[in-house]
Ligand binder design. Structure first.
Ligand code: SAM
Length: 256
């Protein structure tokens, strides 16, 4: 496949709001975890300090989306949150495209609306406030779903992936990032220690790390990497590969 690579994309910064995540510093802290207004206000800081290689993953997703985008089709970001991925993509996608963001949190989409004002001058932006399970993916050639499938009930995940597969054009791409767990308890323990050290290096105190972990229990239910790959094949994708993995976070690409 020949298309122009854009090295500027690797050098650029993400558009992130500066409000600091201090949600788990003091009582009462949000439990169980929900994407409410308090979370939304500090979300950019939270996600970029909590997800290993966040910037690299979004840049990589933008590179792959540019490579597999078929003009005249839609690009869809599922669980788009504050619109950081679509904003990045919009800046680096030269031809006018329809960029769709789906999220079931209205406050997230209000932030996204603001963030996307500039790229809206080049692209058609559609923000849909709904559960992804209710949405159509018809006429899309690239669907990105980063750190969102993990929040769906297990029985809904395969269904959603099947709907995405059905909606994608032939040759269409799914870019999926998830938190995963190791099938081996001993590895899982070591991975968790390293992940928590990563969060501590990013300025989170031990109590904040513990409280967030507790709040996410039964809300974010990770699969193993092998289970996730199997689910991708089961939903119809013919080719599945992993691209980036650090600690318990991984990104896959899957092709129709
Ligand atoms: C961890 S965030 C995703 C981060 C984002 N993709 C990024 O790269 O910055 C998860 C998002 O998914 C949304 N969400 C959770 N369940 C959803 C569902 N069933 N349908 C649509 N959005 C959902 C939440 O509101 C939240 O904004």
């Amino acid at each position: 496949m020949t298309y122009p690579l854009d090295p500027e994309l690797d050098r650029t910064e993400l558009y992130l709001s500066p409000e600091k995540d201090e949600l788990f510093e003091k009582e009462p802290w949000p439990k169980p975890f929900v994407f409410n207004e308090d979370v939304v206000n500090v979300f950019d800081d939270m996600v970029s300090r909590s997800v290993p290689l966040y910037r690299e993953v979004l840049t990589c997703a933008a590179h792959w989306t540019r490579a597999y985008y078929q003009p005249g089709t839609r690009i869809i970001d599922v669980g788009c949150s504050t619109g950081t991925f679509l904003e990045l993509l919009g800046r680096f996608l030269k031809q006018k495209a329809v960029l769709v963001g789906i999220d079931n949190s209205q406050p997230m989409l209000e932030k996204a609306q603001q963030k996307l004002l500039r790229v809206q001058q080049t692209h058609q932006i559609e923000l849909i406030c709904d559960r992804a399970e209710n949405c159509s993916f018809d006429n899309s050639s690239a669907v990105v779903i980063n750190y969102t499938l993990q929040f769906l009930p297990l029985q809904e995940r395969l269904k959603l992936l099947r709907t995405i597969y059905k909606g994608l054009a032939e040759g269409g791409l799914l870019f999926l990032s998830e938190k995963v767990k190791s099938p081996y308890p001993q590895f899982q323990e070591t991975i968790t220690r390293h992940y928590e050290a990563f969060k501590a290096r990013n300025g989170y105190a031990r109590t904040e790390i513990e409280r967030k972990k507790e709040a996410l229990e039964n809300v974010l239910v990770p699969l193993t990497e092998a289970e996730q790959v199997q689910m991708l094949y089961e939903s119809g994708f013919e080719r599945v590969d992993s691209l980036i993995k650090l600690h318990n976070f991984i990104s896959f690409v899957a092709l129709k």
